[in-house]
Design a protein. Structure first.
Length: 264
């Protein structure tokens, strides 16, 4: 009888454990599903905040609702065909950059001599952002750029004046470089050095230089390199070399210089 009771007790214990595991699994799965929408909303909000920041429209104490309202009233997302430089009428909300990057029909593989930024693949279409003033006139354009640093892929937004050459702002919002060294790409003091600099020369060719040891005073094409972070600085240089060139935003910026934003 003792053995029967012992076996019965073990069976009940296992049953309880299995039931608890099942309940916990259901709770965890339900929580993950419930949190996913919140995570996506927060990700979208962070993106909007970064775009407003580089456009000079963000304030430190801005609430989430203020970010959404300002973005809706001042920013117009557009899809851009990188090959032609033409803005498309497709809905940006339906564009999935990550999915497009995996799809050979929506992206291209870059040859080693083309891949200055070390990104391997580039989508055919990207999302850009037109910044409008109170009269709904386009006053600047925000472009997404990214490239490899020393340890990580470095993601940034760069804001340009309507001449398609002059930097109004830059923000690195996602990177994994060494704190205090390459991680200084997020330092507002270093980012401010880009303001007013020219990304392209008079012929529309990439011309920005990140100079080790410091940019010559008055050089409108040069910014200081990061002290002690040569490889990260090189990554920034290569990022701009690629994205401002013919395989990046070059065709679009040519049209911008010819007045394309006036019809944006």
């Amino acid at each position: 009888m003792a053995d029967v009771k012992s076996n019965d007790s073990i069976g009940r214990t296992l049953l309880v454990v299995l039931v608890l595991c099942l309940v916990c699994s259901v709770v965890v799965a339900g929580s993950a599903v419930g949190l996913k929408s919140r995570q996506q909303e927060q990700k979208a909000l962070d993106k909007q905040r970064n775009i407003l920041d580089v456009a000079g429209l963000a304030t430190p104490k801005m609430t989430g609702e203020e970010v959404k309202a300002t973005f809706a009233s001042r920013i117009t997302p557009r899809l851009l065909d990188l090959k032609t430089g033409e803005m498309l009428d497709n809905d940006p909300a339906k564009f999935d950059h990550a999915a497009a990057l995996r799809d050979p029909q929506q992206s291209i593989e870059l040859a080693p001599d083309e891949d200055r930024a070390g990104i391997k693949r580039r989508t055919n279409i990207v999302e850009i952002y037109l910044v409008r003033d109170g009269q709904n006139k386009v006053q600047e354009v925000v472009l997404p750029v990214y490239g490899n640093g020393l340890w990580s892929m470095m993601y940034a937004f760069v804001s340009l004046q309507t001449d398609g050459r002059t930097v109004k702002g830059i923000t690195y919002y996602d990177q994994g470089e060494t704190p205090g060294l390459g991680g200084e790409i997020e330092n507002p003091n270093w980012r401010a050095k880009f303001i007013g600099k020219k990304l392209l020369d008079d012929n529309g060719q990439p011309a920005l230089r990140v100079v080790k040891g410091g940019a010559p005073q008055g050089d409108r094409y040069a910014v200081d390199g990061l002290s002690g972070a040569t490889l990260t600085s090189n990554g920034v240089q290569h990022t701009f070399d690629f994205w401002m060139g013919e395989l990046g935003f070059g065709p679009f910026l040519k049209q911008v210089r010819e007045g394309a934003l006036n019809n944006g």
